[in-house]
Design a protein around this ligand. Structure first.
Ligand code: SF4
Length: 355
C-alpha cells in the first residue's frame, strides 16, 4: 500500500511562546452507564499566528477538548483536571463572568453547522452587531457599521444590503462566512474552528480556508483547527496533533506527521485517504474495527485491537502497557515500536511528499 499526502509548504515560524497552553487535561463525564473518559491526559500549545490541526475520528476527544477550553462544557456532569492557560489567564479556575468576557473578546469558535449556530429569528447583521455591542459597548449604529464591515471582510457581496437578511436567505457557504464574521467581530486572538468546512462543497471549503489564513495573517490569530480530514490538515495546519481515545498519539509539524508518520494510527489515517497526485490504482485501506468505547477503553495501548503491528512488539506489551508520549522538540508518538521497527515496517507505507 502506498499513502500520499501532498503538503504545501509555508508553515509559519514558531516563536516558542504559547498563546494557549493546555497541560495534562482530563475531562470525564458521568453518564447512566458509567464514567466516560473523553480526554485523558492531553497537553499542547498554540502560538499566536500559528495553526494547530487536531485530527482524529469521531469520539476521539477533539471537540470535547475545545469546548472545555472555551468553558462551554456541562459543569454539573463534567470532572476536569489539568491546566488551561490563555495568555496568562488560567481558564479552569476563572469565574464564569470572566470566561464570558474572554469568549468573543479573546477567543471564539466556529462550528460545523452554521444554521444551528445562527438564530433563525434575527437578521445576520443584528447577530453580528449584538456580539460586538456585548463585548465593546459600542452604539447600535457603530455595531451595525462593524457588522457590514465584517460581512465585507468575509466576502459577502453587497454587505450593506445582505446585513438585513435572515440566515435562511443565505447559501450554506455564506452562512458559514457569516458565522466566521460573528466569531471574528471582536478580533479574538484564539479561534477554534471545529470541522468548519465539513458540510460545504470543496470550492467553498477552499474559499473558507483561504479566508481563515488571510485573517490569521492580518490579525496574528492563533487557530486550533479540528478535523477528521488530513487533506484539510495538509492545507491549514502548521503543527499537527493526532488524537485517539482521548489521548494524543502523535505530534509534530505538518510535514513530519504527514510525510513521516510515527504512529500506526496516523499511518492508517493516511492509508484511508485518497490521493489525486499518486497512482490511481492504489486501493484505499480503511482502518479495521471501530474506535473504542471511552466508557471502558482497552487496557495497554488503546489502539491495540485495531493495530496491524501489535504482534510485532514482544511480551504482549501492546495489550498490557500504556505507551507514553515522549516528545523531542515537539515531535513524537505514543507507541512501543522502536525507531528501527518503524523504519522497517512503515517503509512501504510512507512515500508521501512535500511539494
Ligand atoms: Fe500498535 Fe503497539 Fe504501537 Fe499501540 S503500541 S500503536 S498497538 S504497535
Amino acid at each position: 500500500m502506498t499513502t500520499q499526502a501532498a503538503v504545501t509548504d509555508g508553515t509559519r515560524e514558531a516563536t516558542g511562546t504559547p498563546f494557549l497552553s493546555v497541560r495534562d487535561l482530563h475531562v470525564h463525564f458521568s453518564t447512566d452507564d458509567g464514567v466516560v473518559k473523553a480526554v485523558d491526559g492531553l497537553s499542547f500549545d498554540v502560538e499566536a499566528g500559528r495553526t494547530l490541526g487536531i485530527v482524529g475520528e469521531s469520539g476521539s476527544g477533539k471537540s470535547v477538548t475545545n469546548l472545555t477550553v472555551l468553558g462551554l462544557h456541562d459543569r454539573r456532569r463534567t470532572a476536569i483536571e489539568g491546566e488551561i492557560v490563555l495568555d496568562g489567564t488560567e481558564l479552569l479556575t476563572a469565574p464564569e463572568r470572566e470566561l464570558e468576557r474572554l469568549r468573543g473578546n479573546k477567543m471564539a469558535m466556529i462550528f460545523q453547522d452554521a444554521l444551528a449556530s445562527l438564530s433563525p429569528y434575527h437578521t445576520v447583521g443584528v447577530q453580528i452587531a449584538e456580539t460586538y455591542r456585548k463585548h465593546t459597548g459600542a452604539s447600535r449604529r457603530e455595531a451595525r457599521a462593524r457588522a457590514v464591515e465584517m460581512l465585507r471582510r468575509v466576502g459577502i457581496p453587497q454587505p450593506e444590503v445582505r446585513v438585513d437578511d435572515y440566515p435562511h436567505q443565505f447559501s450554506g457557504g455564506m452562512r458559514q462566512r457569516a458565522m466566521i464574521a460573528m466569531a471574528l467581530v471582536c478580533d479574538p486572538r484564539l479561534l477554534i474552528a471545529d470541522e468548519p468546512t465539513t458540510a460545504l462543497d470543496v470550492t467553498v471549503q477552499a474559499q473558507i480556508m483561504d479566508l481563515l489564513r488571510e485573517l490569521q495573517d492580518e490579525y496574528g490569530t492563533a487557530i486550533v483547527f479540528i478535523t477528521h480530514d488530513l487533506g484539510v490538515i495538509s492545507q491549514m495546519a502548521d503543527d499537527v496533533l493526532v488524537m485517539y481515545a482521548g489521548r494524543c498519539v502523535e505530534r509534530g509539524s505538518r510535514a513530519e506527521v504527514l510525510t513521516d508518520p510515527q504512529h500506526p494510527y496516523t499511518l492508517g489515517l493516511l492509508g484511508s485517504m485518497p490521493s489525486l497526485r499518486g497512482p490511481v490504482d492504489v486501493p484505499l485501506a480503511p482502518i479495521p474495527g471501530t474506535p473504542p468505547s471511552l466508557l471502558d477503553p482497552p487496557p495497554g495501548c488503546p489502539f491495540h485491537p485495531r493495530c496491524a503491528f501489535a504482534e510485532q512488539v514482544p511480551g504482549g506489551r501492546c495489550a498490557g502497557e500504556r505507551p507514553v508520549l515522549n516528545l523531542t522538540a515537539g515531535r513524537g508518538a505514543a507507541c512501543h515500536l522502536t525507531a528501527g521497527q518503524r523504519r522497517e515496517f512503515f517503509a512501504d507505507y510512507t512515500t508521501a511528499r512535500v511539494d
